[in-house]
Structures are given as C-alpha cells and as structure tokens.
Design a protein around this ligand. Sequence first.
Ligand SMILES: [Zn+2]
Length: 454
Amino acid sequence: MRTLVRNGRAVLDGRIEPVDILVEDGRIAAVGALADATADRTLDAAGCYVLPGFMDFHTHVDDQIGRFYLADSYESGTRVALLNGITTLCTFVTQGPEGTLLEAMARARTKAEGTSHCDVLWHLTPTSFGPADLRALETLLAAGYKTFKLYTTYKGAGIYSSYDQIGGLFQRLGPQGAQFMIHCEDDGLIEAVDPASLDLGRAATHTRLRPEAAEVLAIRKVIALALAHRTSMHVVHVSTLEGAELLVRNRAHGDISFETCPQYLVLDESWLERQDGHRWLCSPPLRAERAAFRALARQGGADIIATDHCAFRPEDKDDWDRRDLRTCANGLPGLGALPHVTWKIWEDDPDRAAIGLATHLALNPARRAGLEARKGALKPGLDADLVVLDPGGPERPLGSTLVPAHEPYPGFTSKLRFRHVLLRGEPRVEDGQLLDRQPHGTLLQPATSSLSFT
Ligand SMILES: [Zn+2]
C-alpha cells in the first residue's frame, strides 16, 4: 500500500518546507517534490503542518499509585494519545515490593498487548540491586530496554534509591548504553521539613512539604554523578527555574537532558489556593511565578515536554483526610492536553510552534528513548508515524483524558485539529475521530519470555 501526503508544510531538520511525503509498507519512502509519484491513497494536507508522530516520554497508566488505581487503562490512555497525535506512549514498569521486575513486566505486557491504540515503550524502575537483579538489567538492556528510572525520594513507597546506588548503576550500566531517568527531589531535605509546624489541611502547604530547594539539590547531586561517570542522564518533570538553569548550563559538559510538563508551564501554585485546590496536587508541586520558566522553554531550554500523565477519578481525588493533604491522590493527567499546551509556548508564531512540537514531542524524546533509527523524524526509512495538523480548527476545550477523571485545564481551549494521524503508515485518525476502535499499537520491546536470564 502506497500513501501520498500532499500539499503540506513539513518540519524537516528544524525547518519548514513544502513537500510531499510518500509512505510505503509502513515506512516513509520519500520526502520532497513528488508530483509524479503514484499512490493507492492520497491525503490532502493543504493548510496543515506535517509533523512526525509525537511521543509522550512520561506517562502512568493501568497502575496502582499509593491507595488509588489509575483511571486510565492502556486502552483509554493510548486512545486519547492517538487522537492527539501521540503515536508512541512511554510508560513505566516498576518492580513491586515483593516481586521481581520481570514479573511486573509480564503483568504490564498482559495489560498492554492487544489493547493499545498507539505504540508503547516501557521505562523500567528497578528497586532492588542484588547481583541477580543487576544481571537481569544487563540482559534487558541488551534486548532493547534502554531507559531506567530512579527516584531520589519516596522511601515510604519503596522506590527510593540512594545517591550511592544511583552512582553505582551509572558506573555499571552506563558504559553498556543505559539511559537513566531521575526523579529529582532530595529526600533528606523533604524529611527535614517538620509537618507539625504546617497547616496540612491546606493544599497549598504541599509547596512547603516538597520545597523547590529539594529539587534543585537533587539535580545538583545527580549532575555531579552523571559527569563523574560520563553517563547519559535525563531529569524528569523539572518544575523549578533554578533546576532547569542548572541543567541547561551542564548540558555543555555531558550527555544531560531534562523534561518539563504542561502543568509546570501554564499552571502555578495559585491553583492550590482554590476551594478544590487539593485536586491539583502533584509532585513536584505547582510552583510560583511561571513567566521566566515559560521563557526558558520558549528558548528551547527543555529538551522534552512530557506529561507525567497520572489520571485519578474525581471521587479518588476527593477521598482524602481533610486534616492531612499527604493522604490525597498525587498526580495530574495531561495526555490529551500535551500538544495543545506545548503549542501555546510559541502561539504567536505558528511556524515556530510547529517546529517546537516536532523537536520537543518527537525528535528529542525518540533520541532519549534510543528509538532514533525508527521514530521521531520525517526521514526515509523511519516508521511512517505522521501528524497532519490543522492549526486553525474551531476552538474547543482541552480534554486530558477520555475517562472520568479530574481535569486540570478547565477553561483552556485549543484550535489545533488533527486532520490525519498515521501510525506506521496507516491512517488511524481523521478529523479528530478514530477511524476504527480496533487497537493497532505494537509493543516496541521484546517479551521477556523470549529472553534468557542466567
Ligand atoms: Zn511520573
């Protein structure tokens, strides 16, 4: 099957060019002036940008977070993703308190297989580091599981790693090509906050329980470790200007990158002051004044924009002990808002916004995931994951999820409309609607049952 996408303006190597794109057998076959090309199917992209399919580098679906089970399954999470141009969803498999990482991975595969509407890639969170655990990580790394997430906080949840453990993993797995993702909030600084001195009934107190200084200190420490071990490192969900600036400065010295999230760009801590402010709790918390942080993103400062999508049912968000905000469901959804909020960073300059989406939602995350040979750009040979984006559609409200869940962007609207979304060459979305309800996503990494662990 040959498909031709005609008359669009595509983002190629950070520039916008009027080109046609020929797709054959799921891959991009040619990009350029293709007036003479023939095809079985032609899609008109007049008036639209043509972009590589987006990747949300950081999401949580079909998992238990604290006391609550997330509202999004693989099916509903990948469905809202694909409807918004996200053709690859990256999500996490976390080793449980009793089981092994391999058991957790097998459970995730059972949930995702045959139910996912877009492609899925897993980042792995190991929580025990004995000799057999480390050998298993090496086998997984060689098989294509390249991204490992570590936390500098959350001792109570059993997912904390000390800086020594993080440095040890950098040293052992870094030379083998591992890519580390670090949640940076220094646990020592968080533990040093005395809750008895604070009003825990107010949502806004969250910013004092998890202060900016904790993020900045953890970032400073892991940068030093990454540079010392010459390791690739990516810091997830950066919320502070100081932390972001530290990372930007140190990018010159090593393979260091970071992401921020839509909520840290357009929401601030005043949302926590609302009567229902507890619904906006997330970690790290929403912060004060955002203009300088947004300006840094506008200059391309954040390598990746990703959501940290974590959808809770409204009744779960409201199920908390009003005397202690630490009992509240902690996280915000964002999959359905990601391209729309990212667009707003450069809204006054649509060409720049289109380049911003191609860079921060496709090219950079594909590189960080180790997928640059398959995804992230409009180049012959790569998967034909294509977004035909009309920037002038009717204004409509943002919807972060399709399932009943707390919506963190009430009153926000967007004119972006997805005229076509192609997943590996097949049109799956047209004019903002799924063309069929069958899930066509693939799992991008091999089943662990196909690997041999010694
Ligand atoms: Zn997360």
